[in-house]
Design a protein around this ligand. Structure first.
Ligand code: ZN
Length: 223
């Protein structure tokens, strides 16, 4: 399995208890601030995706699975916003719609997330999240309780679907930042190894991005 599947597990439990990884707590969400929270999330992604070449690097993983780069997470979040925008719109305009299936792993591969331009991804993420926030700002009264169902049978209200979405896009900020830390640690270890191996000079040779070798056998073999 070359491609990661960060959301193949069922995340509906975050609607009932805090997430131990990103500390998202659904009970603390103020519905009146939901639109603002989505806009703040888009700003967090803009900051993440403006960090330069590190955004395209996939973090090392101890168990050999592929961990998405910040760019891949960002592109995924952009598409998640679009998907949930359409779902919420359908819930508001149709009676109890069933959502069409979305295979996020296939979307990542076919969409070539890893080859996208980070600035363009940040821009589109701001657009799609803004479209969600604009809808959210106008939801009122019983509209929060309108329903829709996933094809696996999980039923959502507009309120619970938006909570679910907010966790997803928030959790991936945590994922991307954890990835940056893992990359920095791996780079520091590599620099230590080079020093202790007696590399001469002042160590500036260690500035070559060491992560490139990890990506070489993935998608880019044709270049
Ligand atoms: Zn979480």
């Amino acid at each position: 399995m070359e491609h990661p599947a960060p959301d193949s597990k069922d995340w509906t439990w975050v609607l009932e208890r805090p997430c131990p990884e990103c500390h998202f707590d659904v009970a603390s969400i103020d519905r009146n601030r939901l639109g603002a929270l989505f806009r703040a999330n888009a700003a967090a992604w803009r900051a993440i995706l403006s960090r330069g070449s590190i955004v395209t690097r996939r973090p090392p993983s101890p168990d050999g699975t592929v961990v998405w780069s910040a760019l891949e997470y960002g592109a995924h979040v952009r598409d998640v916003y679009q998907l949930f925008h359409d779902r919420v719109r359908d819930m508001l305009t149709k009676d109890g719609p069933t959502f069409r299936n979305w295979n996020q792993d296939r979307a990542a591969i076919e969409g070539r997330y890893q080859e996208e331009d980070p600035g363009r991804v940040a821009y589109r993420l701001a657009v799609t999240s803004g479209e969600v926030a604009d809808i959210v700002d106008r939801i009122h009264g019983d509209q929060w309780n309108r329903t829709g169902a996933r094809s696996d049978g999980s039923t959502f209200t507009v309120a619970s679907l938006l909570d679910y979405l907010l966790h997803d896009v928030t959790h991936h900020v945590h994922d991307a930042e954890a990835g940056f830390e893992a990359i920095a640690e791996a780079d520091a270890e590599l620099a230590d190894d080079l020093d202790s191996d007696g590399v001469d000079g002042d160590g500036t040779e260690g500035d070559e991005p060491p992560g490139d070798s990890m990506n070489g056998d993935e998608l880019d073999g044709d270049e």
